[in-house]
Ligand binder design. Structure first.
Ligand code: SF4
Length: 213
C-alpha cells in the first residue's frame, strides 16, 4: 500500500469512526448514556502507539485524548512534552473504546464498549503499518494488542507480572510494553512496586525516544 493510499484510507476510516453511533442505535446491551463523541488520534506515519482504555469525563468534554491529570502523569512517564505528545504525525493515541462509556454505580468509569473493538479496531490497525512501539495501558488494551501482535499473554498473570516482564515481551516486530493506567487510583500500586519507576520507566523512555526520534 502506498503512503498516499494508506493516508486517504485512514482519513476515510477515521471519519466514519467519528460519525459512529453504534452504541446508541444498535448497542449490544445498555445504550450509551450520552451522545457519542469518539476521541482518537491516528496518522499513517505514527511510529508510537499509546493504546489506552477509554476516554474519561474530562476527555469526553474537551475531545482531546489524555487532556487530564492522567495525561500529565503519562507524559512524565514517557519523558515527552505536551507538544510532542500531541504530534499526531509521530504518536497515535487509540483507546479500546473511543467514547466515554459512562459511570458505574460507584462513580467509577465503566469498561470500554465492546462494540468499538468489534466494529473498528482490526480495520484501523491494518492502516497503521509503521507502528514500532505500543504502550498498552490497562488490561483491555493489553489483551487486544498482545494477541494482535502474536504474543498472547500467559493466562492468569497479574498486572504487576505483566508490567515487570516488559523486557521479555518486546520480541521481534513492534515492541509492546504493558503499563498500569496513569490514574491517581493506581498511586498505591506504584508505591507498592518501586521497581516500576526504577526499572520500567527508563525502558519506556528509551523506547519512546527510539520510536519518535
Ligand atoms: S464507543 Fe465506539 S462503537 Fe460505540 S458509539 Fe463510540 S465509536 Fe461507536
Amino acid at each position: 500500500m502506498t503512503d498516499s493510499l494508506s493516508t486517504s484510507e485512514l482519513a476515510a476510516l477515521t471519519a466514519r469512526i467519528r460519525a459512529c453511533r453504534i452504541c446508541v442505535e444498535a448497542p449490544r446491551k445498555a445504550t450509551l448514556p450520552h451522545e457519542p463523541r469518539p476521541v482518537l488520534r491516528a496518522s499513517a506515519t505514527a511510529r508510537l502507539l499509546v493504546a489506552s482504555q477509554a476516554p474519561g469525563v474530562r476527555v469526553h468534554a474537551t475531545g482531546l485524548s489524555f487532556n487530564d491529570a492522567s495525561g500529565d502523569r503519562l507524559r512524565q512517564w514517557m519523558g515527552v512534552s505536551r507538544e510532542t505528545f500531541y504530534d499526531e504525525a509521530k504518536i497515535a493515541i487509540i483507546p479500546m473504546g473511543f467514547c466515554f462509556p459512562g459511570h458505574d454505580a460507584n462513580k467509577g468509569d465503566l469498561p470500554p464498549r465492546p462494540e468499538c473493538r468489534e466494529a473498528w479496531h482490526d480495520a484501523l490497525f491494518q492502516l497503521l503499518p509503521r507502528l514500532e512501539c505500543v504502550l498498552a495501558i490497562g488490561r483491555y488494551a493489553q489483551a487486544y494488542h498482545f494477541e494482535r501482535l502474536g504474543r498472547p499473554q500467559p493466562k492468569g498473570l497479574r498486572l504487576d507480572e505483566i508490567v515487570r516482564r516488559a523486557p521479555d515481551f518486546r520480541g521481534a516486530g513492534p515492541r509492546i510494553i504493558a503499563l498500569p493506567h496513569p490514574s491517581w487510583r493506581n498511586a498505591g500500586w506504584i508505591k507498592r512496586n518501586p521497581w516500576f519507576e526504577a526499572e520500567i520507566l527508563p525502558l519506556v523512555r528509551a523506547e519512546v525516544a527510539r520510536a519518535i526520534g
